[in-house]
Design a protein around this ligand. Structure first.
Ligand code: URA
Length: 239
């Protein structure tokens, strides 16, 4: 059994902040198992209780899924002695046993899935699953069709094995700088930076655009987060 305060239950279910849901409760708009409950601190069994707000059932899940538009300067960790973490960007009230699914470098921006669903995280990160990750990058150097060919074949970044084939798309390129999209299916340490270093170029800006079926919401400002939609969760669970 998982007992949880009514106000936390309602806030976790996305009905508003703790103070907003307390007002719903005070006004008698919430019933638990058919009985009006006006006590926000009432503890209910989240596994069995039937909670209605204005007569409509509340859909509550123990699992939490957030899309974060990670800004540069924060680390992809749950706690860190020196740096601000991505978890600290999720409102205190919404925080449970959350962790980021995989890591982006401190200076990388873009899509990061934050959840407490360990099974989903394992599936998305398992090397055998080859989940695609697409990034936009600015490069110090001229990316050419030859670079595209090399990346498609796999490059030596100093590990035991060449990198798995990556799809490189040139968006703009002149003698000195280029802008590209790259899709990789592995998650090696500093992988994209090391791939470009291996061909004599430097990544100067990196942003993740998608991971598997999940795409960064273009309306989500850098540093902001939102809950995943039911559809996004379903697609991640059943790709
Ligand atoms: N590759 C990198 O080099 N850095 C990241 O943050 C992600 C992929």
């Amino acid at each position: 059994m998982a007992y949880i305060r009514l106000d936390k239950y309602l806030a976790d279910a996305g009905l508003g902040t703790r103070s907003a849901v307390k007002q719903l409760v005070n006004k008698g708009r919430v019933t638990i198992d058919g009985v009006v409950c006006k006590k926000s601190e009432y503890k209910l069994d989240s596994a069995t209780a039937v909670v209605l707000v204005d007569g409509r059932p509340v859909s509550y899940s123990e699992m939490a899924y957030y899309m974060l538009h990670k800004p540069a300067g924060v680390v992809s960790a749950t706690n860190d002695r020196r740096d601000k973490t991505v978890i600290e960007l999720i409102d205190e009230e919404k925080r449970r046993d959350l962790f980021p699914v995989g890591r982006l470098d401190k200076d990388t921006e873009g899509l990061l899935l934050i959840t407490n669903d360990g099974a989903l995280a394992n599936r998305l990160l398992a090397p055998g699953k080859h989940v695609s990750k697409c990034y936009f990058a600015k490069i110090d150097g001229c990316v050419t069709d030859e670079t595209v060919r090399l990346f498609a074949e796999g490059v030596d970044i100093g590990d035991d094995k060449l990198t798995a084939p990556a799809v490189l798309e040139i968006l703009t390129a002149d003698k000195e700088t280029s802008e590209i999209n790259i899709t990789i299916t592995e998650g090696r340490y500093h992988q994209i930076k090391r791939m470009f270093e291996a061909v004599g170029m430097q990544v100067t800006y990196l942003k993740r655009l998608s991971m598997g079926t999940l795409t960064l919401d273009p309306t989500l400002a850098c540093g902001a987060f939102r809950k995943l939609t039911e559809d996004e969760i379903n697609k991640l669970q059943n790709p």
